[in-house]
Design a protein around this ligand. Structure first.
Ligand code: MSP
Length: 532
């Protein structure tokens, strides 16, 4: 049986700990936005949440990058980390912990964990020969390589031959236990295509993997043989555990695992699936720790249909995007437009069209014109009607009533595009309803009660849409709520206490008679630049 993601007392979620070889790119932004949205959804339900992000700072890749910049590795990392934190602020990411693998308390956790695995006799010395991709920080099978010894993921980089004495982790010992675990926890690896990928990889037979390096000093010395440096992935995965420590905790495994472990959701991209779905659970089994709830591997982003890369010169700068279009715009586009789990594309043309159609027109205009009519016809107050008197089979009321369950299960399954689809069905229904009912004529004909009912139905539907979309577009939701007369900030971490989920997630929560705020466009239409 899988973990139930809606009925837990607490909820913990991680993004990968990003390499600091460069400033964050749109791929890291994509994972982080998605994690933030789930964390926000849980906070809306008043579930205590811990969202973890951070940086992976050791290893050869970082050491070389720093050397090329004539910096010490630590000085280089400190500089790049600021760039990550700045982007997360600009994208409105409400993370709770930022885990850096160079933190001294992390070393204590890694050493304690290492000792447990060592005591289990799961670490032994051997000879490692093979092709290594420094950009992946991973050995590759010869058959995986592209022509000219290029890495299949970093296609512009060649792999390097290694032949050295290393310490190995006995992964092969865990083959049967892992298979049993996958079998008993069919939701552990998501979506199903990734699960199949892992099952097929594991069924080919697991090889032990090396967890130490010689000729590298940027990392933690191996506790039992300090001539060796611990492999960056062994140390990085444990960054998730270190992140669980409260700021004043002494760094021990017991303290770290007390409150938030096991982590419910590890959100990652598909390229690092093996580390999270095979190596990590085996390491945890070896150390005798419970395993995480699920690992979700999302797809890759392309630009205008092409793989993004520096060599192609078509990378998408997340700082530039958010500066030009706002955090909500970026958040909305990627989650609405791409089915989470699949690869997806960014085109600026499509980006502008989607935002204008959904946020500026369908939702923004709807709210704006309805508020203006309400100001004129109802003295700027929510019409004074009794919700129960609106017929239960009213199309929008019944759509609204059904929405919460649909949206809740979509968020739980990380089906963000389905959340948007479901909400916008209601919004588009409202636009149609307004055109059909024409409250402006009803009002002219003196049909005050009918006019008020129509306006209430639309205002309430817009409220519900804003509430359910608030994890994705928190600023927009805050603006809508404010124009509807609430003083609520969806960026407030205690939002679940400020607005009761059970009331606000249902149709009919807009209080009759509430004074409305000033009607202002919530999302400015974007004028396409000439080049797009
Ligand atoms: N440091 C490791 C993770 C260690 S976790 C304990 C790492 N870092 S990374 O910075 O290279 O990658 C971070 C994430 O960005 C990965 O989830 C990866 O899948 C994602 N992406 C990198 N390029 C991407 C795209 N073009 N599109 C979407 N995501 C992509 O791996």
């Amino acid at each position: 049986m899988g973990l139930n993601f809606t009925d837990n007392d607490t909820f913990s979620i991680t993004t990968p700990l990003y390499y600091v070889n460069d400033l964050p790119h749109i791929g890291s932004a994509y994972t982080t936005i998605a994690a933030d949205v789930i964390a926000r959804f849980q906070r809306l339900r008043d579930v205590p949440v811990l969202m973890i992000t951070g940086t992976d700072e050791h290893g050869q890749k970082i050491q070389r990058t720093a050397a090329a910049r004539n910096k010490s590795p630590q000085a280089h990392c400190d500089e790049i980390v600021v760039g990550f934190q700045k982007l997360w602020d600009q994208l409105n990411i409400a993370y709770d912990r930022f885990s850096r693998t160079t933190a001294s308390r992390h070393q204590a956790i890694v050493e304690e964990f290492f000792q447990r695995v060592w005591d289990k006799e799961d670490i032994y010395e051997g000879r490692q020969q093979g092709w290594y991709c420094v950009s992946c920080e991973e050995f590759k099978e010869e058959r995986e390589l592209l022509a000219g010894n290029h890495c299949p993921i970093h296609t512009n980089k060649t792999v390097e031959w290694r032949d050295e004495q290393n310490y190995f982790f006995r992964l092969s010992k865990y083959q049967t236990r892992l298979e049993k675990f996958y079998d008993e926890h069919p939701d552990f690896i998501q979506p199903p295509s990734r699960r199949n990928e892992v099952l097929s990889f594991v069924s080919q037979g697991l090889q032990d993997f090396s967890i130490s390096r010689v000729n590298l000093d940027w990392g933690f010395p191996m506790p039992t043989n300090p001539q060796h440096t611990l492999y960056v992935w062994f140390d990085a995965l444990l960054g998730y555990v270190t992140a669980l420590l409260d700021p004043d905790d002494e760094p021990t495994l017991d303290h770290a695992l007390q409150k938030w472990w096991p982590i419910q959701t590890h959100l990652i991209g598909k390229d690092i699936l093996r580390f999270h779905a095979v190596y990590w659970p085996a390491m945890l089994m070896s150390a005798g720790l419970p395993l995480p709830g699920r690992v979700f591997g999302h797809g890759f982003l392309t630009k205008d249909g092409q793989k993004m890369g520096k060599s192609l010169g078509n990378t998408l700068d997340p700082f530039d995007l958010v500066n030009r279009y706002s955090a909500d715009a970026v958040r909305y586009y990627f989650l609405k437009e791409i089915e989470f789990g699949r690869d997806g594309d960014f085109s600026e043309h499509r980006f502008i069209n989607v935002l204008n159609a959904d946020l500026a027109n369908d939702l923004g205009n709807l709210l704006n014109r309805t508020l203006k009519m309400t100001a004129r016809y109802c003295q700027g107050k929510v019409p004074n009607i009794v919700v129960e008197e609106i017929p239960i089979d009213d199309n929008l009321k019944s759509k609204g009533n059904a929405l919460r369950d649909a949206v809740e299960s979509a968020y739980t399954a990380l089906a963000f595009s389905q959340v948007c689809e479901a909400v916008f069905k209601l919004v588009r229904g409202c636009n149609k309803f307004l055109d059909e009912k024409a409250p402006w004529s009803l009002y002219k004909q003196g049909q005050q009660a009918e006019t008020e009912q129509v306006l209430y139905i639309v205002l309430e539907s817009a409220r519900l849409a804003a509430y359910l979309l608030s994890p994705i577009v928190p600023d927009l939701a805050t603006a809508i709520y404010s124009q509807l007369g609430f003083s609520t900030d969806f960026n407030d971490r205690s939002i679940g206490r400020a607005l009761t989920y059970d009331i606000h997630s249902r149709w009919g929560a807009l209080p009759a008679g509430q004074s409305l705020g000033k009607a202002e466009p919530i999302f400015q239409r974007i004028e396409p630049p000439n080049s797009v």
